[in-house]
Write a protein that binds this ligand. Sequence first.
Ligand SMILES: Nc1ncnc2c1ncn2[C@@H]1O[C@H](COP(=O)(O)OP(=O)(O)OP(=O)(O)O)[C@@H](O)[C@H]1O
Ligand SMILES: [Mg+2]
Length: 396
Amino acid sequence: MSRVVLGAADGDLVLRVKEATDGDVHVLPPGRLPGDPARLFEQLVDGELPEVLLIGPSAPLQEAFTLAARLDVQCPGISVVLLADPTPETWQAAMRAGVRDLLPPTADVGEVRAAVERAGSTAAGRRRVLRPVEETARYTGRVITIASPKGGVGKTTVSTNLAIGLTAAAPQSTVLVDLDVQFGDVASALGLVPEYALPDVVHGPATEDTMVLKTFLTQHPSGLYAVCGAESPAAGDTVTAADVSRLLTSLAREFRYVVVDTAPGLSEQTLAALDRATDVVMVTSMDVPGVRGLRKELDVLRELCMIPAGRHVVMNLADAKGGLSVRDVETAIGTGVDVVLPRSAAVPPSTNAGVPILANGRRDPVVKELRRLVSRFAATPLMKPGRYRAKHRAAS
Ligand SMILES: Nc1ncnc2c1ncn2[C@@H]1O[C@H](COP(=O)(O)OP(=O)(O)OP(=O)(O)O)[C@@H](O)[C@H]1O
Ligand SMILES: [Mg+2]
């Protein structure tokens, strides 16, 4: 059976497709279909490209056609099957967009199975004559830059915990870069003693070959890779914006997640990291100076058109006694707060011990919220056929 991904489907269609594929289907989370193949691939947990993309009837037709047309050009080894009312107009538009097959939304299990098999063998045929699809559509990792206007608001706490959480979702495929070039403390927050630091990684042989680059990274016992900060502020100052851009581009080719910790404010290195970012996590403390600073930084980034598509606001050190509410903060910054991390007495000792709180197995309200932050980036796990069958039997 071909590797199948299903999007824009309701619960009943999901069940039919699971039965038709013997459970071997990756179901995209509900919501809008990604319009861009790269975004679609980010949602696949193991980075392996599908042979068949099934688009359910919940997707607006125009969105389905746009994605199909882009896949047809960028990844011809993937066949798209659309479930929509098969009117002559829809057939015509579907064929023009490169959709391989059109099924009525009510198609039964047998019809779905036959369409998937047909689409799968077309995809396999195309793959034989084309270069391997992974080569042409090689997925680039997500670059997540953590930034804040002010110091001490929890950037390093957020970035180390996010990186540890993503490593659990993508073992050996997450790297954390300390771009606080003068006073970076990622190594200390992770309890690492690096052999090489940021300046070694951006100057010299590691820049020439990604295999060599990997040998310059420091490994954490969890499977996380790290580029630790410079040993001295002077050494850190040798790292330019161009060095940062080149490094992040190379890492994004090798890793699913590239998490970037930064210094407070908008240094040239931070701007370079924002320029390369797919996502920014803006961190603020829950007090008036912190919130004002964030407002100004968001305004500047908006003017520079440097807010990436993925924008996440984290309010840290939340404390009911401070006199500000989440609503006050949202009004002041003119945008929503996505994750609220409570002030917790368990965090400073974890920083001091060099063991991020997500790695030390503690139960604490801040752990739950950090997991929520991780889940904004980690893809939904692939449903394994065995697990599906066991569940299915239990339900019947
Ligand atoms: N939610 C929290 N509850 C309690 N303490 C916290 C919390 N988040 C961070 N801290 C503590 O605040 C201190 C500063 O955090 P952190 O180093 O992550 O900030 P930062 O923004 O990276 O600082 P800098 O700008 O200096 O790099 C640390 O001692 C950390 O343990
Ligand atoms: Mg820091």
